[in-house]
Design a protein around this ligand. Sequence first.
Ligand SMILES: NC(=O)CC[C@H](N)C(=O)O
Length: 450
Amino acid sequence: MSATDAVTDSLNRMRAEFGDVPGGRTADYIPQLGLADPDAFGLALVSMDGHRYSAGEAEVPFTIQSVSKPFIYALALSVLGLDEVSRWVGAEPSGDAFNAISLEPGTGRPANAMVNAGAIVTTALIPDTPGEPAFDRVLHCLGRFAGRELDVDEEVFTSEAMTGDRNRALAYLIRSTGTMPVDPVLAVDRYFRQCAVRVTALDLATMAATLAYGGVNPVTREQVVPAEVAARVLAVMATCGMYDGSGEWLLRIGLPAKSGVSGGLIAVGPARFGLATYSPPLDTSGNSVRGQAALRALSERYGLHLMLNPALPGSTVSLVTTADDLPTAPSADHERELHEKVGVVAAQGAIDFTAAERVLYALDESGTDGRGSVVLDLHDVTAIDSVALGMLHIGLGRLSADGRRAAVVDPRDLLGPPDIVREGTGQDLPRYATREAAVAGCARTLAGED
Ligand SMILES: NC(=O)CC[C@H](N)C(=O)O
């Protein structure tokens, strides 16, 4: 028994509870998919630390099908950039079925990269490079998201290639509007191969976790795609990932998701986790019946809805001393009195835009009536992003313009080299290794001004 069994237990509970939800049919328009075991039911979760949890048939291989679409969209965005990709594929929910024969009126573009039309174009956008043919890039990209080398299920590929006339029709329709970058037959062949890549629920959860973790695979630690790309892919998954059920899904479950007709389903908790389920029976939209039921219950019971973000502020500023903390009675000890006139703001954790606002607010509140010297203690700060850095420089500059003296405890030079800080604040910002030294330094300055 280990403590983390509690996580596995919740997955096992979901499996037991939803394992015999009736209804749904295994996809058989691709004959080989009709052979899947309808009772297989696997669940997997991967944390941002790369911890992997699973229940049931989480290591049974199946073909990825449409769950590949967000990852190849990510590849296209990384290779070509958002503007170029958007010339070919839109980003509007279509409200149509996944295989709808419809293109955006006016532009002729497929509505988005999560429906077949858009995915076929997205795959076609990936160019060959001298060292690596386009499909190898697709396969390797999926493998980097999964954290292991993947392969193609040739039987499923052939089965779809022999019956996939609807997708071929789509590819020809797209070419007729001028929005198909390569030969339609080639495009569809690559797309079928991509759909036939073999994965497990654990692979899918790792892939989902990579999108959750800003494009970094939390198991291998490889940066697979840039963070902005991962964010954009999640945006399209949130609005289009469940086809014509996308609005209802975002409303009730509230997690970017993507389903596939072999029964795979992923859901992403940004900066929190990747989840995946595998259960072949599908509803009429082509989404796994049990997978949806289990993810819905997980979301509701564990409060995972994206818009219900429990990561509320409150932990950035760990200490702020204000006038209220200062003794009003004159102290006999002059030096101690000076020490007590120095306000202290201590921050902790990673500082981004919202955290920087809290630090700046605390600086204004600190000290005697928002005046006097203040020490900003960054000892427990782990990182400051570039936006927050700019804000802190400007904020510290404003303090000195107001006549307040500031000093920082910045043992790891998170604020940047002193000359950069001087440029931003217009003054030398004394730096100290410890809070005690900074307070003593400020007190000495006050004594000099006495
Ligand atoms: N929704 C899906 O998973 C569809 C993928 C399948 N290969 C198709 O194009 O029909």
